[in-house]
Design a binder for this molecule. Sequence first.
Ligand code: T4K
Length: 391
Amino acid sequence: MAHKVIRTRADLAINGAAPAFSEPLHVGRPNVGSREDFMRRAGSMFDSGWLTNNGPLVQQFEQRLADYLGVKHCVAMCNGTIALEIAIRALGMEGEVIVPSWTFIATAHALFWQGITPVFADIDPATHNLDPDAVRRMITPRTTGIIGVHLWGRAAPVDELQSIADEHGLQLLFDAAHAFGCSYKGQTIGRFGRAEVLSFHATKAFNTFEGGAVVTEDDELAEAMRLMRNFGFAGYDNVIHPGTNGKMIEICAAMGLTNLDAFDSIVETNIRNYRAYREVLSGIAGISLLNYATTERNSHHYVVIEVAEQCAVSRDEIITALHAENILARRYFWPGCHKMKPYRDLYPHAGLMLPNSERVGKSVVVLPGGATTDAAAIDVIGKIISTLVGT
Ligand code: T4K
């Protein structure tokens, strides 16, 4: 892709110049492994005549994933949201459950959809993850659980949340939708809390088109979730549990097996991109790239910058300027769940308890990453931002 040269503000598309990219540069462009391997697996699916309902590819996928993550059970599902709903139900959560507001809306909706009240707790602005003290403040006699989110692939404060859960007799579940292949204290994410929920949506570092899974060390929980995802069937004509249809289909497992082979190289690309972004963005006043501990594994799938209040241009001006250049940066997860329906009507004053979530929500920009982004594109993105900010 040809990129333009940017020397002054007149070279920016918001000032009438041609866009830097002729085609849109997306956040969340799917990473796809070997097409030949995928087609071979798709062929085996047609040969077997088994398209869904716990077929051979799904079984193989679950085993490989459990091995990869070092966890006892992997229960594959049709998407991350249904996986969350099933895990929440299998854990017997009810009443109120504490969640961050600074997350994708599915974390809150998975509760609300089942008649459970999501109670939003504030985040630590340095990590964007739940602040354990804020969680303590939101506990009431109706609280039955906590859902920690490993946002941007950085682990939530697992030990602190586990202590709170133990002290108050609460269920602890993790939304690990962003954290496939990431670590906490050197251990691969997947075995924390009672269970962890993964998303394999097309826009994730590791995808199965659509898909998700609940991973757990707990035999009984895994068994219950296997029943729940298949209407509660235990063999022909024998329903022994309430359930829904949460099954992963064979073609998705074929994609997952293929992309698992490519995952390490995807992460290498992401790390290369992250370092290139660090280089081009360093020294721009008021712009900071989110930092992660080098002692932990992070897939670096999300390239997140924060625009300080004192920056010469606002976050939204940066978004407008980037979109004009065909760089479709995102404001994930602005404005925060508590400001979206139905929660903003249910708790109009929730923001008073969520000052950090509100501040972070106004500052974040997620930049394009993954295999479709390269050093040359990142260089141009850096120049656009520095020209705009004026440093
Ligand atoms: N918990 C958390 C913390 C999550 O982040 C998510 C999902 C979930 C739970 C629920 O898991 P799932 O039920 O989705 O498995 C996208 C994804 O749809 C969503 O999966 C993801 N989080 C969220 C962070 O991002 P949108 O509404 O931003 O999607 P959309 O259509 O705007 O696409 C994003 C960008 O990706 C666009 O710029 C276009 C590009 N794209 C997208 C698709 C689907 C492509 O280039 N190709 C594609 O095939 O939610």
